[in-house]
Design a protein around this ligand. Structure first.
Ligand SMILES: Nc1nc2c(ncn2[C@@H]2O[C@H](COP(=O)(O)OP(=O)(O)OP(=O)(O)O)[C@@H](O)[C@H]2O)c(=O)[nH]1
Ligand SMILES: [Mg+2]
Length: 346
């Protein structure tokens, strides 16, 4: 199951109690206070990992409480500091405080960490309160409580290129042709129910990551079909590839329907550079429509790239264009995502 949004409760460990104790030894009258301090409670830390793809684990474990610090004991022995509570999240997780809606962090790289709840300090033992005027203090402190809060975790997948289009446009077929990914592709709408990633390997050992998301339909912004919530997963991409199925009755209307949904979802996303691809040109019905569609879109200043995801015709040329566009935009994101994630070829 793919889970990309969860609410979790985190609490740092409480500090250990300080100890009330006096030295009692033979031949050491009035040995003085020797109660040790409590240990620190553990912090709760989120750590990004490329080995996770969903926030599913947190559905079953919404409460995450770090261990308490050890209590102090006699002979000035300090309590044990509690271990950290490390929660692994997928790379690309955005962390928000539920109450203030403040963004606490965005974990974008493997191993990146964010402390979300600090453990409480240990209480002082009575040895700590000794002074010239109070040589036998009976005062001790309890440990401080650890921080607690509710967090909203939102996963936004990391990819360089996002595929968009109506259901059945051939997005998953295209992804399986250009990468080693095997997303399910079938001749009915909404075959893809959750986003899938694929890594495109280039001949010179570079690579980039492409995200396939469920198809959009007119009214997706009002929740029609699978809605538009999966568009969040292509918000981080630098380039969109819009696949238009030439075999449908009116490819131009299909093109505008998807573009409109992008605009409704987020004008920023709609402003992203994109390549428009005319798919299924292996079908005679589709190739007949190509010149007209080409002309109509050219009048809007849009160039189209014809290809067939099924036969592979036109696909290598498009990969080159995608790579070139990504390289041109490299100033915006200096390293391709694949390298950041450590999944590029050696
Ligand atoms: N003839 C032909 N059929 C294609 C081509 N590309 C995809 N198809 C077929 O179109 C159908 C839908 O393809 P998918 O890849 O599942 O489409 P999708 O865009 O991922 O669809 P959803 O996941 O439902 O959004 C499948 O039956 C594919 O075999 C193509 O280039 N030529
Ligand atoms: Mg699909």
């Amino acid at each position: 199951m793919f889970v990309d949004q969860v609410k979790i409760y985190v609490k740092g460990g409480d500090g250990g109690r300080g100890c009330l104790s006096f030295c009692r030894q033979k031949y050491r009258p009035r040995g003085g206070p020797n109660g040790g301090d409590g240990g620190r409670g553990g912090d709760v830390i989120l750590q990004a990992s490329i080995n996770l793809r969903t926030l599913l684990d947190f559905r079953y474990r919404p409460q995450n409480i770090a261990p308490r610090g050890g209590h102090g004991s006699g002979s000035c022995r300090k309590g044990r500091d509690a271990p950290l509570c490390i929660l692994k999240v997928p790379v690309g997780t955005l962390v928000k405080d539920v109450q203030s809606q403040e963004v606490l962090g965005d974990l974008m790289r493997e191993g990146e960490e964010l402390v979300v709840a600090r453990g409480g300090r240990g209480g002082w033992g009575n040895a700590h309160f000794k002074s010239s005027t109070n040589q036998a203090p009976r005062r001790v402190e309890g440990g401080r409580a650890g921080e607690e809060r509710w967090l909203q975790l939102e996963l936004k997948l990391m990819a360089d290129v996002g595929l968009i289009g109506l259901p059945n446009a051939g997005k998953s077929t295209f992804l399986s042709r250009i990468s080693a990914a095997h997303p399910k592709a079938a001749p009915y709408p909404f075959t893809t129910l959750t986003p899938k990633l694929g890594v495109v390997q280039l001949p010179d050992y570079r690579s980039f990551v492409v995200a396939d998301i469920p198809g959009l339909i007119p009214g997706a912004h009002q929740g029609k079909g699978l809605g538009d919530r999966f568009l969040r997963h292509i918000e981080r991409t630098s380039l969109l590839v819009h696949l238009v199925d030439l075999a449908v009755e009116d490819p131009i209307a299909a093109f505008h329907a998807v573009e409109k949904e992008l605009e409704y979802y987020s004008p920023a996303l709609a402003r992203k550079p994109r390549l428009v691809v005319a798919n299924k040109i292996d079908l005679p019905l589709a190739s007949e429509k190509l010149p007209q569609v080409e002309r109509d879109l050219r009048s809007l200043g849009i160039r189209i790239y014809p290809l067939s995801a099924r036969t592979g015709q036109g696909v290598p040329a498009l990969i080159c264009v995608m790579d070139q566009r990504l390289r041109e935009m490299a100033w915006a994101s200096p390293e391709p995502v694949a390298e950041e994630l450590g999944i590029a070829a050696p």
